[in-house]
Design a protein around this ligand. Structure first.
Ligand code: ADP
Length: 949
């Protein structure tokens, strides 16, 4: 077996190659640029290496120079004064991306231009960056996608879904995640031994790529207990091509996660091994050229063949593969249906994570708006002898290297067709700016609404319920129309893509909806229920446009009747639809604030959710949105209906409801008609219901009020409210269930005093034990309370669109950055790395805003400590704060008598004013007396509040 390479020799070879290439090809600059802003993970670095081509391989341009049938890149002359779509390519080193950008007629922006329409990054993109994007921008990664692109995360999430739906999740080889599953693996090995069965296992680094660090074992008992590896059953009877093992690189485009749209590209790569396949045996398990099909591995074999004709070479096209199968009388259509089905089921596992993360980054954006993220994923799939497809892994940064002509042909049209499906328009930017302006004015003239329910007469209530019904129908109509437009666009522009989700096959789509519901229940616990209606509306809506128009007409007839016969005839119109959302962007409110669903188990789910005050806040907001839903909707500009319209014009992000209606700005009433697509119906009624509050605004607009004057008024008001927010934040405390604020304070201090003891435990609890959803829940305790407080201070239910909340969102996202590392870094006394999120930002952050962010970080830190302590106590009821080392501290804790304490005014009268949270602002000296320091601390905070207020 002279052409076999051992594992170690291969990895060292690759290392040399990448180093050489870096020096030889001088494209390192581009790589460095991108890696400075987004430090790449080991996986990304390794993906990156493939691009530095060995000298003998010429890039595509050379081939085209020799008269090949490559597409000619027409450089369009730039007409003076005419705007073009710009693309920021500083984060990519792939020439083919640049070429396709030019082919599309886009212009390449300067490296430091953050305002480009299109941003292409080879590496992972931080949630901060996604939060900062304007609605007209597009970036080629989704947040949260790591949940299926890291091998261990994919295995973990897949296993959870397999437990829930074993018949649907049976397309990945059995997998164990090390070190956690090591004993399970050993038990399995023993069982095999007892049954005298032999199986081969493949061991892969969790975050590896390009075949690095992979090894095969014939006996699972010999697999070492290593960290960060996964072990998989080896598929030992693969389908062979000319006697070689192969895998398929299949490209999938996701254009939106809210709602989910998945497209499958009709070509891809077949990557062959370079040594003829033999069933695994002790004598050949080290033959990586036989068992691994990675191009990055096999290109080093002297037998690697370049693709010169369609049916030769170690890399071939999927088109060729399909022909090959057809010639062997294999049902190719069926095989691809199965593959597409498998891809959809895999991405349904990702959807709850991606949607949650996306909504965190883009709060307040109504479902169905243009997505700022898209992603081209590379699926690695193997086919066994029974023609069954197996998922090996998903790459979020598949290589767009074009070493061979075949690569260029496939990847260039993949990228070009992806760009077309993104539907980027020059006018998007203008609309966004207009919308921002309109939103600023709208907020300035927002009046204090009268929400006193006593004044609401029975007549008003009846009218409110009718209006609500009509609003629901109009919102649904807007969605149906928008969806139809989108589908029409996709059909005309899909090129070589085929949409695989949502499926056109009704039965299949029903099945996908069920899988999606399960995925939400599995990954987002109780929140899954609140997603059901969304799934129904987005993916399984049974109402057609005509039906909805009829229903709206009936509602209007009811309205006329009720005017003619007040208190008389019963309404004829349809009852509220169970399947409908109450308002377009109702999700963020339910989705993030529904703390009911937050578990509170010893597993580490947040105890903050049990806080009485939180329940109070939730109840308040719930009653606000239900019993007073209408009065708000009609009187407030922040009501449900208006939230959709205000979302046209979110400052800084200018959320859009529909590209046709983005121009935003308060519309004159006469303008609101049912024409246009999205929001056609919705806008009309919104404008009507909003008439009372916007009178002032429209009057002023008519008289051409000076923009600068308006802006300065808006600014002043915002500054004042920001200061109030800071005061309120300083008053917040994290609540420990069953303990008083003072006891919670004491616990926090004990944790800090015994930091050396607790540090490794808290680190392991936060960074290892809690999964991403639970980590998010911890941060969400603070987030949801901050939201409630903002709603109160800013007198708006539409706080998602507040500049201040968007700033806070970036801080929250930063804290969750890198699997919670962001928050953990904040515990280092010298580190305030989160503040760097603002250093590169184009936004100016005021002192009060920065102080508010600091306070939020402090609250999150406290929240983590309380959650940790709570979980610890739940697990070991006898566990005590200072651990074994601090008996005295614990004794103190047990003899708390808070009722005997004197709290200086003004807090004695309002100890829990915002007390759904409790926190610590000022650290006491190590040997402090909890009673006196507590009082002192409170008075100091109060003084501080006065100053800032
Ligand atoms: P990497 O990200 O390092 O490329 P993969 O999971 O894609 O890791 O595995 C690399 C190669 O190993 C695949 O292309 C395939 O040929 C082979 N391989 C991986 N897992 C299995 C498996 N379970 N059975 C058979 N071959 C496998």
């Amino acid at each position: 077996m002279k052409n076999s390479t051992s594992l170690t020799s291969l990895s060292s070879m690759d290392k040399d190659l990448s180093l050489n290439s870096l020096t030889q090809y001088g494209r390192a600059a581009a790589l460095q640029r991108s890696s400075v802003s987004n430090p790449p993970s080991a996986r990304q670095v390794s993906e990156t290496r493939e691009e530095y081509l060995p000298p003998q391989i010429k890039p595509y341009q050379d081939l085209s120079d020799k008269g090949n049938s490559a597409p000619t890149l027409v450089k369009k002359k730039r007409r003076k004064g005419r705007e073009r779509i710009t693309a920021n390519l500083s984060g990519t080193r792939y020439e083919v991306v640049r070429q396709m950008v030019e082919k599309m007629g886009f212009s390449v922006a300067k490296d430091d231009d953050p305002t480009s329409y299109l941003i292409w990054n080879d590496c992972f993109v931080s949630p901060d960056k996604i939060s900062e994007l304007k609605p007209y921008q597009r970036i080629n990664h989704f947040p949260g996608m790591g949940e299926v692109t890291r091998k261990d995360a994919l295995a973990r999430n897949y296993l959870k879904m397999q437990k829930a739906l074993p018949d649907e999740y049976n397309f990945m080889p059995r997998t164990w995640i090390l070190p956690a599953d090591y004993s399970l693996l050993q038990n399995h090995a023993k069982e095999l031994k007892m049954k005298k069965k032999s199986k081969t296992f493949i061991v892969k680094p969790s975050n590896g790529a390009q075949g690095h660090g992979i090894s095969l074992y014939r006996n699972a008992e010999k697999i070492p207990q290593t960290e960060n590896f996964i072990v998989q059953e080896y598929i030992d009877k693969p389908l062979l091509l000319d006697g070689f093992k192969f895998d398929l690189r299949i490209y999938v485009l996701i254009t939106s996660c809210d709602p989910l749209r998945i497209f499958l590209f009709n070509d891809g790569l077949v990557r062959l091994a370079t040594e003829k396949y033999l069933p695994p045996h002790e004598s050949n398990v080290n033959h990586l050229y036989m068992h691994l099909t990675n191009y990055s591995v096999n290109k080093h074999n002297e037998y690697y063949e370049k693709n010169m004709t369609i049916d030769t070479g170690s890399k071939r096209s999927i088109r060729y593969f399909n022909d090959y199968l057809r010639r062997s009388d294999i049902d190719v259509a069926m095989l691809w249906r199965n593959i597409a089905d498998m891809i959809v089921r895999t991405l349904l596992v990702a959807e709850p994570h991606v949607l949650h993360a996306y909504r965190m980054c883009r709060p307040g954006v109504p479902s169905g708006s243009d997505s700022v993220c898209f992603e081209v994923l590379g699926f690695d799939i193997m086919i066994d002898r029974k023609l069954r497809p197996w998922l090996l892994e998903i790459n979020r940064s598949p290589s767009f290297g074009t070493d061979e002509r075949l690569d260029f042909e496939i990847k260039s049209s993949l990228i070009e067709d992806s760009f077309k499906l993104l539907n980027i328009k020059v006018s998007d930017k203008r609309r966004n700016i207009a919308a921002q302006k309109a939103e600023a004015q709208r907020r300035l003239f927002r009046t204090n609404r009268k929400t006193d329910t006593q004044d609401v007469t029975a007549m008003d209530q009846k009218k409110a319920s009718m209006d609500k019904r009509k609003e629901e129908l109009k919102d649904l109509l807007a969605r149906v129309r928008k969806m139809a437009l989108r589908e029409d666009f996709e059909i005309r522009n899909c090129g070589r893509f085929k949409r695989i989700f949502p499926s056109d096959d009704r039965l299949r789509q029903d099945r996908y909806c069920k899988i999606m519901s399960s995925a939400f229940s599995v990954f987002l616990a109780g929140r899954g229920t609140s997603m059901q209606r969304e799934i129904q509306v987005n993916y399984n809506n049974k109402y057609k446009e005509e039906q909805l128009l009829d229903m709206i007409a009936e509602c209007e007839a009811d309205e006329r009747d009720s005017k003619l016969y007040p208190g008389g005839k019963p309404p004829r119109g349809p009852k509220p639809l169970q399947s409908m959302p109450e308002s377009l962007p109702s999700v963020p409110t339910h989705y993030y604030e529904d703390e009911e669903d937050v578990e509170c188990d010893s597993d580490g789910s947040p105890p903050g959710s049990l806080s009485r005050h939180q329940l109070h806040v939730r109840h308040r907001s719930a009653s606000g949105s239900r019993s007073r839903a209408h009065s708000r909707m009609s009187a407030e500009s922040g009501g449900a209906g208006d939230r959709a319209s205000s979302s046209h014009s979110r400052p800084g992000s200018g959320v859009t409801l529909n590209s046709n209606n983005r121009a935003g700005g308060p519309r004159p009433l006469s303008q609101s008609t049912l024409n246009g697509v999205a929001g056609g119906g919705g806008h009309r009624s919104r404008s009507v219901t909003r008439a009372a509050t916007t009178n002032k605004l429209t009057a002023l607009q008519r008289s051409n009020v000076d923009d600068n004057f308006l802006n300065s008024m808006v600014k002043e008001r915002e500054e004042e409210l920001t200061k109030k927010t800071l005061v309120s934040l300083n008053e917040m405390r994290i609540k420990f269930p069953g303990k008083s604020d003072i006891e919670a304070e004491y616990l926090l201090d004990q944790l800090h005093e015994n930091w050396k003891f607790h540090k490794p435990r808290i680190a392991s609890y936060w960074l290892v034990k809690l999964d991403s959803i639970k980590r998010r829940k911890v941060v969400d305790i603070v987030r949801s309370n901050v939201r409630a407080m903002l709603q109160r201070i800013w007198r708006s239910s539409d706080i998602d669109n507040l500049r201040l909340y968007r700033i806070f969102s970036r801080v929250f996202n930063r804290l969750l950055w890198s699997h919670g590392q962001g928050l953990w870094n904040c515990f280092s006394p010298t580190s305030n790395t989160w503040e760097t999120i603002f250093s590169k930002s184009s936004e100016n952050i005021s002192e009060a805003e920065m102080d508010s962010c600091r306070r939020i970080v402090q609250l999150c830190k406290d929240c983590l400590l309380i959650v940790y302590k709570f979980a610890d106590e739940a697990k070991n009821p006898t566990s005590q704060v200072g651990g074994e080392q601090q008996q005295t501290g614990t004794d103190k804790g047990q003899s708390f008598q808070p009722q005997q304490m004197t709290i200086p005014p003004p807090f004695e009268n309002k100890p829990a004013q915002n007390g759904y949270l409790a926190g610590r602002d000022l650290r006491p000296p190590v040997n402090w007396n909890p009673y006196t320091s507590y009082s002192q601390r409170y008075s100091r905070i109060y003084q501080q509040s006065n100053l800032t207020g």
